[in-house]
Design a protein around this ligand. Structure first.
Ligand SMILES: CNc1nc2c(CCc3ccc(C(F)(F)F)cc3)c3[nH]c(N)nc(=O)c3cc2[nH]1
Length: 376
């Protein structure tokens, strides 16, 4: 694969909102933005085959330094020819740097200037991640977009802690840039931190954009803060990022948050929701969330979502899917996962079309009216 820089191609800005249509070019192909990126934590988007992901037009998937470092190990994946070869996915892959997962998954962590020492959540081994180690792992995986090693402060965090933390994240980003094995294709994104403080977000963005990364992520959000607060932080943080680079809002999100984030100029999103809630039979539909295992669907022979044309909705009924979930049949989870991923990918297709037609604000109002965030 010809190695090339990760670049952003702006296409147009929505006249009604701050949303923008664009393309992110990577060594393994192009991503149309705004884009939703399915999460594939352990080198698989749970229960989905690469062919099924292509059928629903997933243009990029995520995977994780932390999980793959612990199991099966990045050296094994390197021997297999890299993560694309190992999992038979020939489109773009973005990997997170592992810092966030250390804090959300492992115990006994010690954070220092050098990096983070922690216990494996699998076997209790004492392990260490640093900017250099995170880059070694991501280069071994061969991902197209790598994330700098950062600290995501807990919520809420004191101003002083958030300031100290962002300054260390900046120093870590510099160390990542220096230890990046593939400077020519520059697939390294920095992550803006600063908690919920405008002055700190400005400081973090200024320090990181002065190092001219090919892309920028907004970290430290979707960590338990109220949504209005997340939108407020986005309102003043997104404009600090260069207009000619991709903008990735980490860990977001639910359908309403994807639309609100796109309106504020975010290009890339990730969320574990579609695959996670599918496992307990919860589905995203145009009329809001539907818990298909509820008894009221026992004799409901209609599709999960009457407005959906995905494989699941064209071929199977709520009653059948409810039966599979209740019987703990894996096919049931495959059907709800397929539908949920298709729902979010299709939502972003509609968002991109609304930007083309300069009507994303109207689309938001229509969607919220229908979706209504109600459970039915
Ligand atoms: C859920 N909220 C949230 N998720 C956040 C994440 C994880 C994003 C991620 C990436 C890859 C995967 C993979 F499983 F597919 F691999 C899964 C999740 C963050 N990641 C970093 N580095 N900094 C942050 O400041 C940050 C803030 C985050 N808020």
């Amino acid at each position: 694969m010809k190695l090339m820089a990760v670049t952003y191609e702006p296409i147009k800005t929505c006249k009604q909102t701050g949303a923008r249509l664009g393309k992110v070019h990577t060594p393994h192909g192009t991503i149309e933005t705004p884009a939703f990126m399915p999460v594939g934590t352990q080198a698989t988007v749970k229960t989905m085959s690469p062919e099924e992901l292509k059928t629903m037009d997933a243009q990029i998937i995520l995977s994780n330094t932390y999980h793959l470092f612990l199991r099966p190990g990045h050296e094994l994946i390197k021997k297999a020819g890299g993560l694309h070869r190992f999992m038979n996915w020939d489109r773009p892959i973005l990997t997170d740097s592992g810092g966030f997962q250390v804090f959300s998954l492992s115990e006994m962590r010690k954070i220092s200037e050098d990096g983070v020492q922690f216990k494996s959540h699998l076997n209790g081994d004492t392990l260490f991640l640093s900017p250099e180690k995170a880059m070694e792992i991501q280069n071994a995986l061969g991902s197209d977009i790598m994330m700098a090693f950062d600290e995501c402060p807990p919520y809420p965090a004191e101003h002083e802690y958030a300031k100290k933390s962002l300054e260390r994240t900046t120093r870590w980003a510099e160390r990542c840039l220096r230890s990046h094995a593939r400077p020519n294709d520059q697939g390294l994104f920095a992550i803006v931190q600063g908690g919920m403080f405008e002055d700190l977000r400005r400081q973090s963005a200024a320090e990181l954009t002065s190092m001219d990364f090919p892309g920028y992520a907004i970290g430290g959000l979707s960590v338990g803060e109220p949504k209005p607060l997340m939108y407020e932080v986005l309102d003043y943080t997104v404009p600090l990022l260069p207009a000619n680079k991709p903008r990735y809002l980490m860990g977001v999100g639910s359908p309403d948050a994807l639309i609100e984030g796109a309106i504020r100029g975010v290009d890339m999103f990730d969320c574990v929701l579609p695959t996670r809630i599918a496992r307990n039979g919860t589905c995203m539909t145009s009329q809001g969330r539907l818990v298909v295992r509820n008894a009221k669907y026992m004799e409901d022979f209609g599709p999960l979502d009457p407005n959906c044309d995905c494989y699941t909705c064209r071929n199977y009924s709520r009653a059948y899917i409810r039966h599979l979930i209740k019987a703990d049949e894996t096919f049931g989870i495959r059907l709800t996962t397929y539908h949920n991923l298709h729902f979010l990918l299709d939502l972003m297709r509609k968002v991109r079309q609304a930007i083309r037609e300069d009507r994303l604000g109207d689309f938001r109002d229509e969607f919220f009216e229908q979706y209504g965030m109600k459970e039915n």
